[in-house]
Design a protein around this ligand. Structure first.
Ligand SMILES: [Zn+2]
Length: 332
């Protein structure tokens, strides 16, 4: 499924196998073309990957990167923005929250995490998340030039591309790119399909509302931020995951179950084999904050420390060995 997919109507996407490696960082992008005009939706997690993607788009459309004069960043995460420098000639549209997020978590932060990782399971997990083939060295992503404060419409030849703000959901500044004439939506990470959604921001109910908004649109083709091209079924699956996790977390919160225990106690069922299942740690952390009326804070270091053993157990389970009884390493 890797590579360019051309829908034949001026909408294309570039897909990466979302569950390879650790299942983190393998995102999709989109390209909307009309005549000699084009809008790129998102770059990839590093410049090598983004360069390859742009070459693939050139082979498919004849348009080189320099011919694409508009880029939309759906949100701030590095797997959607760290290739921005290869589009430095372009106008870059994103929400103000997206710009803030890129500034807050530059590639150097991840490179630092990688270089200073501890020995053992936590360090191994960090290496899986941020080590090769990803390369963050020397990357200085171009920041958005045009801040989208209200929903707006871009014009690409005769096509309209609607930029619809739906954050805070996955991140504080999520935005959809909808091509109504082609009944196509590029969702960024508002839709994860066959790869586990991660609730960096929330509130969770707002993410669910964003998915309901997509479901209300007259669209047929859904290009998710992670996973294969889908339709409204993929949107419903993302929603099912969030609704399920929210309900299961709520029961345990109300029963006074500590978060470390709740993380181990929730059976993921059909979502168990979606890549990045350890993101339940981040998701429950946000949900417990929401339920407790606390300002949600994601201490990334403690999230990593909790995710690493969860991911290790999931890997062993997939490999067929019997899972050991979970031990909490929660730093809370
Ligand atoms: Zn992503």
């Amino acid at each position: 499924m890797d590579g360019v997919r051309d829908f034949g109507n001026g909408c294309l996407c570039y897909l990466q196998d979302c569950n390879q490696g650790s299942g983190w960082g393998w995102s999709n992008s989109g390209l909307i073309v009309d005549g000699d005009q084009a809008v790129l939706i998102d770059t990839l997690r590093d410049e090598r990957l983004t360069h390859h993607m742009l070459e693939e788009y050139r082979a498919a459309t004849g348009l080189a990167a320099r011919d694409i004069n508009t880029l939309v960043n759906t949100h701030a995460d590095g797997d959607h923005t760290f290739g921005n420098r290869l589009m430095e000639h372009a106008r870059i549209y994103a929400t103000p929250e997206c710009k803030d997020g890129i500034l807050a978590r530059p590639p150097s932060a991840f490179q630092g995490l990688l270089e200073n990782r501890p020995e053992g399971i936590i360090g191994d997990f960090i290496f899986e998340l941020y080590g090769p083939p990803f390369d963050f060295t020397g990357i200085d992503p171009k920041l958005p030039t045009d801040l989208v404060k209200e929903d707006m419409t871009l014009t690409v030849g005769d096509k309209k591309v609607e930029l619809i703000k739906v954050g805070p959901a996955h991140t504080p500044g999520d935005m959809l790119a909808v091509v109504p004439s082609e009944r196509t939506v590029f969702t960024g990470d508002v839709v994860f399909f066959t790869n586990t959604p991660v609730l960096w921001s929330g509130p969770c109910s707002n993410w669910i509302a964003a998915l309901d908004h997509i479901l209300s649109l007259d669209i047929e083709t859904v290009v998710p931020g992670h996973g294969p091209v889908t339709d409204k079924n993929g949107v419903r699956k993302t929603k099912e995951y969030l609704v399920y996790i929210q309900a299961e977390a709520r029961k345990r919160f109300d029963a006074g179950m500590p978060i470390e225990e709740a993380i181990q106690d929730i059976a993921l069922g059909e979502f168990e084999d979606w890549g990045g299942s350890e993101r339940i740690v981040v998701n429950l952390n946000r949900l417990y904050c929401e339920f407790g009326g606390k300002e949600p804070v994601t201490d990334f270091g403690s999230m990593i420390a909790m995710m690493a053993p969860y991911a290790e157990r999931a890997r062993k389970r997939r490999a067929g060995s019997s899972p050991e009884a979970p031990k909490s390493c929660c730093p809370h």
